[in-house]
Design a protein around this ligand. Structure first.
Ligand code: ATP
Ligand code: ZN
Length: 284
């Protein structure tokens, strides 16, 4: 019995999907030009497919699980379950208009032509806002549509915004924040579910490690209490005596989000020799 996972064959999600599997200790032979590949040390078979097709294949049990963008999952509306956000492939689906035009709110789009590869999501957005507009579905290079007179606005994926800029457009409104997610078929059997749980356990450990840093610092003993109060730690910080009298070494784990703020407070409280190291895996 193997678990079949579908990942993008080539494109923005391909490398990070393989990297995540690798960080989960799963070795896959390079299969860029192949349809599928097997893991050598985990009962996993990897199918390389177009990202847009992955929800359909997972619904149809051709693959048991898949890594694909939320944008694709919500656009395709297939019967699959989103199990876990994967932390890569971050982008947003945004409405963009010509740079010189003014956009106060979605009312701008009334009666306009919107070019997009995401007709389902755009229609849903317009319906929520109670706006009538014309949707032109095109499959690629959406950003050139206003320039060639095909549309008044577009709705497309954006990350840095440089593509919009180069085409004389500006981002007006975000309709969806997206990242890569793990989706699963709704009818997995017990063995498949167990394999998925094993994989998920590893994915979660990798994700947690990425969001956290291991911190080591030296503290004068009279400041220990204050310094410890600033540190969360997995249970509580580890405190070890230094070889010199009156000093201790403090070890802890810090979340990326609160990292800089806490480092500054630690310094102000008298911490010295602060070392910050990446964590490879984190199991809590
Ligand atoms: P495929 O041949 O697999 O259909 P594609 O051309 O649709 O490839 P890519 O451009 O590789 O796809 O994008 C794949 C996914 O990467 C998108 O569906 C989205 O989830 C994510 N992504 C992240 N940032 C961006 C971005 N700036 N533009 C487009 N997609 C992005
Ligand atoms: Zn695609």
């Amino acid at each position: 019995m193997v678990l079949k996972v579908a990942i993008q064959k080539a494109g923005r999600l391909h490398e990070d999907s393989l990297k995540l599997l690798k960080e989960c200790g799963i070795e896959i032979s390079n299969g860029v030009n192949k349809l599928k590949s097997e893991a050598s040390n985990f009962p996993l078979e990897v199918y390389f497919l177009r990202d847009d097709d992955i929800p359909q294949y997972v619904e149809d049990s051709v693959a048991d699980i898949g890594f694909t963008g939320e944008n694709v999952v919500y656009e395709k509306k297939k019967k699959v379950e989103v199990v876990e956000k994967l932390g890569f492939g971050k982008c947003r689906l945004s409405v963009a208009i010509r740079r010189h035009e003014e956009y106060k709110d979605a009312g701008f789009l009334k009666g306009k032509r919107i070019a997009t590869s995401y007709p389902v999501l755009v229609r849903q957005f317009l319906a929520e806002k109670n706006i009538d507009a014309e949707i032109h579905e095109i499959s690629g290079s959406v950003e050139i549509a206003p320039g060639i007179g095909l549309a008044d606005a577009i709705c497309d994926l954006v990350s840095s915004g440089s593509t919009l800029f180069m085409n004389g457009l500006k981002e007006a409104e975000t309709i969806l924040h997206s990242q890569a997610v793990l989706i699963k078929n709704q009818n997995l059997d017990v063995t498949q579910r167990q394999l998925l749980d094993t994989l998920l356990f590893r994915i979660q450990a990798v994700k947690k490690a990425k969001n956290n840093k291991y911190i080591l610092l030296n503290a004068p003993n009279e400041k220990l209490e204050e310094i410890i109060s600033l540190l969360p730690g997995m249970k509580s910080p580890t405190v070890l005596p230094l070889a010199v009298d009156g000093w201790s070494s403090v070890h802890s784990v810090l979340n990326e989000n609160e990292f800089w703020e806490i480092i500054e407070k630690l310094k102000a409280a008298g911490a010295q020799g602060i070392l910050v190291v990446p964590i490879e895996k984190m199991i809590v």
